[in-house]
Design a protein around this ligand. Structure first.
Ligand SMILES: [Zn+2]
Length: 263
């Protein structure tokens, strides 16, 4: 008899739990949540396009595949091995002597030929690309802009130079966000290790840029907002798995040499 009561009680409790869950689920505005997410993705896409157009007015796009192929291959390798949706990432190689690369909203990555020139091997380039991919994956630029300017301003952003200037100014003038940079560096080490690229080379280029003159506009991510490159390089070395064997090259060596020859 006692056992029957226990079973009945358990059944009743289960029924109550299911009913509660049902009420909670009904009360959640699922459509609203999805719409909000879609809206913020659409806004990021649009803001990113406007920003890229703005940059593109004064820059020349590299059309030589000798320059774009290594970037393409390394981004693809990093994405595929790390479960990042490669097809959603757009990259642009621009003819500019600045040693720079940066992420834009809408999953865009911009690389300057000055960076391709500075990199001594594919792993150094992969290190910078991995850092920028981490900014993209963690939505850092949009978060920073939304915090400083507000989402509603961004969602109504139009193709007007003055407002876009303000967007860039905001990215440049808001305090250097060390936490985001460290997060991107640590994610980059992981991406590189998973993809079989050498994360120690990422530390090498960080050590080198530490001594470089900063002449680029401040919103550009790579150098100017990275004043303490040396301490970041040390943090990267600390994060590298010490058992890691020296990785095999990812790119055919001719591809790297062709890129260097095309610069
Ligand atoms: Zn960064």
């Amino acid at each position: 008899m006692k056992q029957t009561y226990t079973v009945l009680l358990q059944g009743l409790l289960l029924l109550i739990a299911v009913l509660l869950l049902f009420v909670l689920l009904m009360g959640t505005d699922w459509a609203g949540l999805t719409n909000a997410e879609e809206r913020s993705e659409q806004t990021a896409q649009r803001v990113g396009e406007l920003m890229y157009d703005f940059i593109n007015e004064t820059e020349e796009v590299a059309t030589d595949t000798a320059l774009t192929n290594p970037v393409h291959q390394l981004i693809q390798k990093l994405c595929r091995d790390n479960g990042i949706d490669y097809s959603s990432v757009t990259f642009h190689v621009l003819l500019n002597d600045e040693v720079n690369a940066f992420a834009l909203p809408g999953r865009q990555l911009v690389v300057y030929t000055g960076l391709l020139d500075e990199c001594r091997n594919e792993s150094e380039l992969a290190g910078v690309l991995a850092h920028e991919l981490a900014h993209i994956e963690q939505d850092h630029v949009m978060k920073k802009l939304a915090k400083e300017l507000g989402f509603s301003m961004l969602s109504t952003l139009t193709n007007d130079g003055e407002t876009l200037g303000l967007v860039f100014e905001t990215l440049g003038s808001s305090a250097y966000d060390r936490e985001l940079e460290i997060a991107a560096d640590m994610a980059a080490v992981e991406y590189l290790e998973v993809a079989g690229l050498n994360p120690r080379a990422f530390a090498d280029i960080l050590y080198r840029i530490d001594g470089m003159q900063d002449s680029s506009p401040e919103f550009l991510d790579w150098i100017s907002t990275h004043p303490d490159a040396q301490s970041r390089a040390e943090a990267v070395m600390d994060a590298v798995d010490s058992e890691l064997p020296i990785p095999e090259p990812v790119l055919p060596s001719a591809m790297w040499d062709d890129m260097k020859a095309a610069l």
